[in-house]
Design a protein around this ligand. Structure first.
Ligand SMILES: [Zn+2]
Length: 297
């Protein structure tokens, strides 16, 4: 064999090796793509995914964020006190923290029942402590869905909490507002509607009166939104020094009397889950509308 043939043979061998190399590479790459061994790494896009995912690389700003938008009530702490409990506590406690020199009518010498038994449905025979807990838990769910932090004084009927205890739970939690949820009763079965109670003159200080005036403004708004959501008749915002739960509150506090269990129509409504949802919606609408006011204090 001469030199020329050897060179040609060598060149042919190099070509064959090169082509073989390419073939092996292509086959191996093709197999790794089609391999069913690791399907989670390379899922085939469903039609939805295909439309959602643009073919070009998405920028980081287009990626969905892991943390959801804060709700309109974010940062607000709202106390809810469902009135009464399964077993009343007839022991006494001082109705107010201030001395007799500050208010001769109601003061720390005025002793009142720790937890009264409350009213009950004249037609449904449901106890007030049951109805107001159902209503309160629905209010809690609505407020939390909007981002509020809700502090409940009770989530069961089997507690022993005096009115001072209930006030102090909301005081210690630094609530922006505390709502005391109750239902009403009256001798006249025709009386119906939603009303509220806020503190009276208390110890007579300017600070106390300013807190009362602020509560009155909040409560007026609350009755408006409550009535709007439920169709209930809007009654008055009243003031009184007689409520231990209000007198001991250092945070803004409102007694909401959701309706009259002595009125047949309202008695039936107050224990119905649908109406209770409407109440919760009304309270949530109010809290949303007053969120700025509540935060500013
Ligand atoms: Zn009550």
């Amino acid at each position: 064999m001469n030199k020329k043939i050897l060179i040609i043979l060598f060149a042919a061998l190099v070509c064959v090796a090169f082509v073989l190399g390419i073939v092996i590479f292509v086959v191996s790459v093709g197999q790794s793509h089609n391999s069913p061994v690791t399907p989670t790494e390379e899922p085939y896009a469903t039609p939805e995914q295909a439309t959602e995912q643009p073919t070009e690389e998405p920028s980081f700003t287009e990626e969905p964020t892991a943390t959801p938008e804060p709700g309109p009530l974010a940062g607000l702490i709202i106390g809810i006190d469902p009135g009464h409990q399964r077993i009343a506590n007839n022991d006494k406690e001082p109705c107010a923290p201030w001395e007799a020199s500050k208010n001769s009518q109601i003061n720390n010498q005025t002793m009142k029942t720790k937890t009264a038994s409350g009213t009950s449905g004249k037609f449904t025979h449901v106890d007030e402590y049951v109805a107001v807990l159902d209503i309160s838990l629905k209010i809690k769910a609505h407020l939390e869905a909007l981002g509020a932090t809700v502090v409940m004084t009770r989530e069961t009927a089997d507690v022993n909490l005096s009115n001072i205890d209930r006030a102090e739970i909301c005081n210690n939690a630094n609530c922006h507002v505390a709502l005391r949820i109750h239902c009403n009763g009256a001798d006249n079965p025709a009386v119906k509607g939603v009303e509220a109670w806020v503190r009276g003159n208390g110890d007579g200080s300017d600070e106390y009166k300013a807190l009362g005036a602020y509560e009155k403004k909040l409560a007026e708004g609350l009755l408006t939104y409550f009535a709007e959501a439920t169709g209930a008749a809007k009654r008055n915002v009243n003031t009184s020094d007689n409520y231990t739960g209000l007198n001991w509150s250092t945070v803004p506090s409102i007694i909401v009397e959701c309706g009259f269990m002595s009125n047949e129509e309202e008695d039936n409504l107050l224990v119905s889950p649908e109406y209770q949802e409407k109440i919760a919606k009304g309270v949530a609408d109010w809290a949303t509308a007053f969120a700025g006011t509540l935060r500013s204090r």
